[in-house]
Design a protein around this ligand. Structure first.
Ligand SMILES: *Cc1c(COP(=O)(O)O)cnc(C)c1O
Length: 360
């Protein structure tokens, strides 16, 4: 199977092998050493010296953790969103009683820094901004560096969903002064689902001290005090921690700039490939097309769900469909994590062969 969806992504054999190891005491020194080692390596990928926690949960759990640890009910929050995941982030904040202003950008377009500036100017009471670096549902990457610079002019909290981009696309957490940044293990990290990672800045800790949203499982204060003992507050997903210990070594060996360059190259290959097959990209402006997931338009002539089915059944290539309003209208090719040019060539080759079978 060629699993070409934007998470879960395939795992290298050495990662799968690490997961087969026997359990250890999560309150013992061996786990403590591993937790500190993994956290240290993860911080290198985050390009941060901020605190960072490895939580047992999916990426959405990490988003919820960010919300409940930073905010109080009634806090004004600006959600800058351009797709399904941006909407989900806003929905979580709203579920916990934040007063959310939804600044929505057209799906297929990135978040516009000037739009964020205008929104922040017009409401000085906004306390935090929720952003998505890579909107997986539309295949669009927003320019977090520029948007964060705007938000920092106003000295607001910056909370970012980098679930499908961290470790694949450049994100300089410290240089760009982002307060809480979330990712999930099954995206660019070459390991199975089960972990969410969150970084917390100094400014984030100050907000946390004031934040009154109800929380228990996700409480960062508990994470901090347990981490000092080499532990997590609750039983960790030990097997996935084994896995990420290995995959982070692979990533650090490859090197950040090489990882980013590989994803950029694979993104470019995928876009060129689908266009050469006569298909069009969903993102409105190719400069913002994601290097981890490519969203491709279906059309009157090309039935996207049918293409997905033929790819899976006849060519053993699994791609994703559209989400939300894009259900049935697009398909998406994941190219993040453990992926090579050969994988993309195989995928494009299969699409080329499947197209005549699904075209009207
Ligand atoms: C996958 C994804 C999520 C959700 O993560 P889960 O692990 O499925 O909870 C959120 N945001 C983005 C951008 C994603 O790609």
């Amino acid at each position: 199977m060629q699993l070409r969806i934007p998470g879960p992504t395939p795992c290298p054999p050495e990662v799968l092998e690490a997961m087969g190891k026997q359990m250890i005491n999560h309150r013992g020194g061996q786990f403590g050493d591993m937790l500190k080692r993994v956290t240290g390596k993860m911080k290198q990928l985050y390009q941060t010296e901020n605190d960072l926690y490895v939580l047992a949960g999916s990426g959405t759990g990490g988003l919820e953790a960010a919300v409940v640890n930073m905010l109080s009910p009634g806090d004004k929050v600006l959600s800058a969103s351009n797709g399904v995941f941006g909407k989900r982030f806003a929905d979580i904040a709203e579920a916990y009683g934040a007063d959310v202003t939804r600044l929505q950008f057209e799906w297929g377009k990135p978040v516009d820094p000037d739009g964020v500036r205008i929104a922040l100017k017009s409401d000085p009471e906004i306390k935090a901004v929720l952003l998505t670096q890579n909107e997986t549902s539309t295949g669009v990457t927003s320019d977090v560096k520029t948007i964060a610079a705007v938000i920092n002019e106003f000295d607001k909290l910056i909370i970012v969903d980098a679930i499908s981009s961290m470790g694949c696309i450049d994100f300089q957490v410290d240089a760009w002064k982002c307060d809480v940044v979330v990712t999930g293990s099954q995206k660019g990290w070459m390991v199975p689902p089960g972990l969410a990672m969150v970084s917390v800045s100094e400014r984030g800790w100050k907000a946390h001290a004031q934040a009154k949203m109800p929380r228990f499982y996700w409480d960062f204060t508990k994470c901090k005090s347990y981490f000092e003992k080499g532990q997590t507050p609750w039983t960790p997903a030990i097997s996935i921690v084994y896995a990420i210990d290995v995959s982070l070594d692979m990533m650090l060996k490859e090197g950040l700039s090489n990882i980013f360059a590989r994803h950029a190259k694979l993104g470019d290959m995928t876009r060129k490939g689908v266009k050469s097959l006569g298909l069009s990209l969903f993102p409105a402006d190719e400069r913002y097309a994601s290097n981890t997931v490519t969203a491709v338009n279906g059309s009157e002539k090309v039935n996207a769900p049918k293409l997905q089915q033929v790819l899976r059944e006849e060519f053993k290539v699994v791609v994703s469909g559209g989400q939300g309003d894009l259900t049935g209208k697009i398909f998406r090719i994941g190219h993040l994590g453990w992926v090579t040019e050969a994988d993309i060539k195989e995928t494009l080759g299969a699409i080329g062969k499947a197209l005549p079978k699904v075209s009207a």
